[in-house]
Structures are given as structure tokens and as C-alpha cells.
Write a protein that binds this ligand. Sequence first.
Ligand SMILES: *[C@@H]1O[C@H](CO)[C@@H](O)[C@H](O)[C@H]1NC(C)=O
Ligand SMILES: *[C@@H]1O[C@H](CO)[C@@H](O)[C@H](O)[C@H]1NC(C)=O
Ligand SMILES: *[C@@H]1O[C@H](CO)[C@@H](O)[C@H](O)[C@H]1NC(C)=O
Ligand SMILES: *[C@@H]1O[C@H](CO)[C@@H](O)[C@H](O)[C@H]1NC(C)=O
Ligand SMILES: [Fe+2]
Length: 471
Amino acid sequence: MSSRSDLTIMRVCFIIFLLGALVELCDGGITSEYVRARGSDLPDDMPLDSDVFKVPPGPNAPQQVHITQGNHEGNGVIISWVTPSAPGSNTVRYWNENGESKKKQAEATINIYRFYNYTSGYIHHCVIDDLEFDMKYYYEIGCGKWHRRFWFFTPPKPGPDVPYTFGLIGDLGQTYDSNRTLSHYEMNPRKGQAVLFVGDLSYADRYPLHDNNRWDTWGRFVERSVAYQPWIWTAGNHEIDFVPDIGETEPFKPYKNRYHTPYKASGSISPLWYSIKRASAYIIVMSCYSSYGIYTPQYKWLAKEFERVNRTETPWLIVLIHCPFYHSYVHHYMEGETVRVMYEQWFVKYKVDVVFAGHVHAYERSERVSNIAYNIVNGLCEPISDESAPVYITIGDGGNSEGLLTDMMQPQPSYSAFREPSFGHGLLDIKNRTHAYFNWNRNQDGYSVEADSVWLLNRFWRAPEKTLVVA
Ligand SMILES: *[C@@H]1O[C@H](CO)[C@@H](O)[C@H](O)[C@H]1NC(C)=O
Ligand SMILES: *[C@@H]1O[C@H](CO)[C@@H](O)[C@H](O)[C@H]1NC(C)=O
Ligand SMILES: *[C@@H]1O[C@H](CO)[C@@H](O)[C@H](O)[C@H]1NC(C)=O
Ligand SMILES: *[C@@H]1O[C@H](CO)[C@@H](O)[C@H](O)[C@H]1NC(C)=O
Ligand SMILES: [Fe+2]
């Protein structure tokens, strides 16, 4: 959502409410739906002095440490961090759990960027791609007394029956609700091993001048998870940061400087769209805020990409894209239509198992449907049940400062299997080539409570007959 228009809408709503209240007063008896007046226009994020934003001790100590996958196969990692006041040490020392004596080291690149009158710290990115599969690694950054040590696990080598558990988080932001979502993810007994993040990270763009200090606080907030397990990044609209009024005309500038992706390894020309293999999954990340029409680079890349997927090696074909194709909330309704018209036919043709999206600040899971038969004159313009179609899961319910979307299209469309406006996260627990279990946890519940769950049967490997119905 664009913060400015939202604020305008909020103001207009508030005025309408006041007028309404006055009218009501004349009648006597007011039933107000109004919840709270905002003291200022600033988002109600966790305050700057919150524990989650604490700067690590030591002069110029590395902060905002985060890792993501660093190559196509999964045995590579990109380790990134920020040193606030000087370049500092640019070296990562790393070793596997059997070999503290055999420490290796690798050098990072350093970049800084400016955004209006904000200057970033020194942003380090270090690609390491000589790791063994299925191994615990330790890594150390910074030097002397103030160095910091972390660890992560590399995934097993890609293979058809390799179990693996992905977390699903979207539209996270940095409110108390965001912190609850992250805590619930961390405490979930099913234990996610990597996060598929479906876009909209910090929401720094809701502040005046897109105050990029809020990108730094977000980096410190999520470090407790993303320094230890990779988060697979998708770009959302809050990453665009296009503000020509203040001379900021390079889209995605803060995001691209801070969050690197292994896009070259999949033949992409942009960090905003790429693919990775991880265990038994092949994950395609798309950008609905980059050009995607026919003949564009993203289109051409994707056309080849689907052909490259080998379902014998990686049975699970997963797409991440910020804007959902199928959801039934009033806000953002049909925003994904133009992308859907372009790409849904490929999702069906190549039997994508599941598409995860964010953007809509709520949770929803679709039936397996498609809407690709329409050719302008045949009238076939309704979604129909389609066993080759993916399940669409909208999980933009991380808890950011824009709040939940509660208005839904009524009646619930038949393509919608389950919907609920609550904050939460998901887990995709891949068991083998045929079975994966998805569940959604809402923040109000205990860590192990599943508010929605479904067995997903792989579209490529499923038995052709009765297993059609997804429970
Ligand atoms: C940037 O400009 C804003 C508005 O003029 C001001 O409030 C802020 O202190 C400035 N920040 C820096 C780092 O100069
Ligand atoms: C965020 O959550 C963590 C873990 O549950 C907790 O220790 C911390 O105090 C919380 N911080 C805020 C500001 O809510
Ligand atoms: C697909 O992957 C399997 C298992 O790794 C391999 O045996 C097979 O040769 C691959 N097929 C192609 C077309 O590369
Ligand atoms: C795959 O996993 C499911 C769920 O755990 C199990 O019921 C099924 O037997 C497994 N298939 C094989 C071939 O092991
Ligand atoms: Fe969004």
C-alpha cells in the first residue's frame, strides 16, 4: 500500500466518522467502531530503544547480520552485515563442526549508499560457495575482542525424497505484532530450516523521507533468526523506495544494497527475480514490480526457467511472488490480475505445486483452480477447479504497521478454501516426493496450534486418480 494515500484515506475516514458521530449525537446513542486516535502520523512500530533494536556491544561491531542462499544448488551462502562507522574487518572466518582447526576465510565486498540525507553504514556481502551439503557451519565476523560468532546448517544435496521444512513469513515490518510473528516462528515445534520471505521487509518507506534508519533497525530486529538460517528474499512494493520529490529515482535502492540474492547462478539479470534449489524444492522468485510483459527480461528468463526444472531431482516446484493471484480481501483485490494473465498458464502447464504471496495483510488459502480458458469471446472467465493448478497461499500477515485487512469479498468465492485476517506465519513441511504438509499458525494461539493445515500432494508425482482431492 502506498503510505501517503493510506494516510489520506485515514484522514478522510476520520472526518467522515466525526461527521457521522455528530449526526448520531442528535439522535442519541452512539455505537462506535472507532478504535484509537493516532497521536501522530508516524507508524506505531516498536520504539527505537526497544530491546530488539539493540546495537551489539563494541566499537563499530558488526550488526544486522543476515544470510541467504549463495548459489543455485544450496551449498553456498551469502553472509551480509553492516559496520556502522568504518569499513572494519571485511573477512568471514568459517569452519564446519568437525573442523575448528581448519578455519577458512573469505572476503566480502563493501558498499554504502545514500538516500536523500541518509548515509548507510558499510554494508558487507560475502559469497561462500564451497560448502559441504548437510553440515553445520560456524562463522565469525568482526575482529579482536568484539568479533561475533554465528552458525547455520547447509541443506542436504538436492534429491527427490529429501525432507525439508520452510517457514513462510510476509509483510513483516517492525511492530510488536512483527515481533510476535517472529517469536512464534522461532518457537514453532516443527522447526523451520529456512524462511521463504514473500516481500515487504522493513516498511521504512512509511516514515518521512523513507527514513532509512528504519531499514537498520529492521536488520537488527530479524538478526536473531536470519543470522542463523537463510531467508529467501522476494521484493515487495515497500522495497521500491521510489521518491522523485526528494530526488530518489532509483527503484529498490536500499533493498538492493542491503539484501543480495544469488540471481546470476540462475541466469537472471536482476536480483529481483531468480531461482534456487534447496533440498527437494525448486523455488522460483518473481518480481511483480519489475516489468513482466512479453519480451521483457523477466518473461524470457522465466520461459527458460520452467523448462530447466527437473522434477526427478527437485519434485516440489514453488513460486514466490509478492502480489497474490487469488485472494478475496477487498483491499488489493485483483491487483495481481495482469501478472496472472501473463503467467498462470505456465503455472498450470508446468504443474507448480504452490504459490506463496504476501501483500494482503491477512491469511488465505485457495483451492486448486485456474482461470486460463478465457479468450475474450468465449465467456469462460470464471476460475474452475483444476488439478494441474497450484494452491495459492496468501501470507502477508507478518504484522506490519499498516495493520490487518478485515474487509472480505462476500460471499466467500468458491476458489477460497480458508481465509482469516490474523497475524501469523506458515510452515511447509516437505516429507518426500509425494507429500508435503502446510500449516498456518496465528499469533494469538500457542506455538504448536495449527489454525489451518493441508496436505499437499505433489502435482508431478501424485497418483493420477483418487488422490486428487486435497484434504
Ligand atoms: C534529514 O532531513 C530531515 C528533514 O529536513 C531532518 O529532520 C533530519 O535530521 C536530517 N537527517 C540528517 C542525517 O541530516
Ligand atoms: C520481542 O520478542 C522477544 C522474544 O519473544 C522478547 O524477548 C522481546 O522482549 C520482545 N521485544 C519487544 C519490544 O516486544
Ligand atoms: C534429472 O535428475 C535426475 C536425478 O538427479 C537425473 O538422474 C536425470 O538425469 C536428470 N534429468 C535431466 C534431463 O537432466
Ligand atoms: C511420503 O510421506 C507420507 C507422509 O508422511 C507417507 O504417508 C508416505 O508413505 C511417504 N511415501 C513414501 C514412498 O515413503
Ligand atoms: Fe505489499
